[in-house]
Structure formats: structure tokens, C-alpha cells
Design a protein around this ligand. Sequence first.
Ligand SMILES: C[S@@+](CC[C@H](N)C(=O)[O-])C[C@H]1O[C@@H](n2cnc3c(N)ncnc32)[C@H](O)[C@@H]1O
Length: 248
Amino acid sequence: MSTIPTDRAERLFSGPIGAEYEMLKLICPAAAAISLRVGEFVASLPARPTRPLELFEIGCGTGITTQALLEARPDLAITAVDNEPTMLAQARGNLSRFVDQGRVRLVEADALSGLRELPTESVDVVASGYAVHNFLNGYRDRVLSEIFRVLRPGGLFVNGDRYGLDDDAEHTRLTQEEARHYFKAFSAIGRYDLLEQWIIHLFSDESADHLMRLGPALTKMRDIGFDPAEVHFRDGVNTLLTAAKPAA
Ligand SMILES: C[S@@+](CC[C@H](N)C(=O)[O-])C[C@H]1O[C@@H](n2cnc3c(N)ncnc32)[C@H](O)[C@@H]1O
């Protein structure tokens, strides 16, 4: 597994996958369910008495997790970044009422560049849904360190994502099931073009320089200084976890 630090952000959603991202519901309904869990978790956090809760979202895509967050609580001010214009254009449409209300700012930037723009200890929550697993390992490590830097003491990273199983054989079995499900779902509607793209995407998720397994991911966050880093929900690879920056 490559752990070489890198600043390189990939663009894995620029083609047909991004253009018809709503197809995700067909092949991975668990991803949308995880977005709701991210919203519910953030809704349970204490309010700030004099100001909105300031949240930075990584990889907002078409706005599924962003909408879950905004609908979960009214006192949220979100800056959401994504480095794929096709996805952001859909988010602008899907979230237009929240953009008009000034509750969310959508920014075209990759996660690392977006975080680097933020002052140290300037946000309450960093949240993400199904985005961080797409990152190259070295890039992800840098993003995690930046998340730690930008969070206020007591702040929280809330991530609903695809975390690989630490048991290799079980992980492979689940991945094979996932591939089988893609074939069934896309064959049923005759979309072999999308089947090809999603299978290629799955190979990327599963490659040694991307695969985000749960155990090493928690260890990495603890090494950076997050405490606690803990899992709140896990069903196969679908996971909701939080990592807290200790209060001063
Ligand atoms: C699987 S989609 C998830 C989108 C959304 N969060 C959701 O809940 O549906 C992953 C998103 O992360 C974005 N992404 C991938 N790598 C990124 C990076 N390095 N910086 C910012 N966004 C990134 C992709 O463009 C894509 O929109």
C-alpha cells in the first residue's frame, strides 16, 4: 500500500458516472442512507448560543449529504467543496433554495485546497458523505491532518463512508457481491455503458493506493490527535464514524 504523501486530487466523477449520478440509488441505496445518518448525527450536536454551527463539507457531489444536513437542523452555515464541475452544477440546482437563503456556499475546489484556505481552528464540524474513500491514500492523510487543523477544539469530523473490512476474505466476498449487484441492476435496464463505468470505479475504490480500511483509518486519525475516533454505525462497508479534536 502506497503511503507516499501527495497533493494530487483525482477527478473520478467527470464522465458518465457524474452526469447520471442519480443511478447511485439503484446500485448503492446504502450511500443515500448514510447521508441521512450524517445529517441526523450533526443534528444531535449542541447548538452554539450566539451563532450558527459552522460546517465544512468535503465532496458534496450533487448535494445529497448537504441536503440531509440542511434539513436536519436550521442553524447550520455550510461551505461545501467538490472538485467536479458536473457534480457541483447539479448541487446548485438541487440546493438552490438553501443557496438563496445563504445557508450554504458551494465552492469548486478539491478537498485539500479548500481546507488549506481555512484559518486554523475556524470550523465546528467537518462532514462528508461517501467522498473520502475516493482519495489516494497519501492525499487522504493530508486531508485528515488539515481537518484536524481547521477544527475548533472540541470540534468534530463526521464521516459517512465506505470503510473496507479489516478481514480480507470477508471484504473480498462483499466486493464480489457488490459487483454482482451492479451487473444485475444495470443489465435490467440495459445500461451496459454505466455498468462498465461503475465497475471501473469499483476497481479504483478497491486498489491498494485508494482502499480505505476501517482499522488503519481509525489508527491514522488517532495518530493525528483525534480523540476519540469512534464508529457509530456499520453495515458491511457502510460506516458512520466521528473523530473529535480534543477540547482545549
Ligand atoms: C460518491 S460522490 C458523493 C457525493 C455526495 N457527498 C453524496 O453524499 O452523494 C463523491 C464526490 O466526491 C467528489 N470528490 C472526489 N475527490 C474529491 C476531492 N479530492 N476533493 C473534492 N471533492 C472530491 C467527487 O467529485 C464526487 O462528487
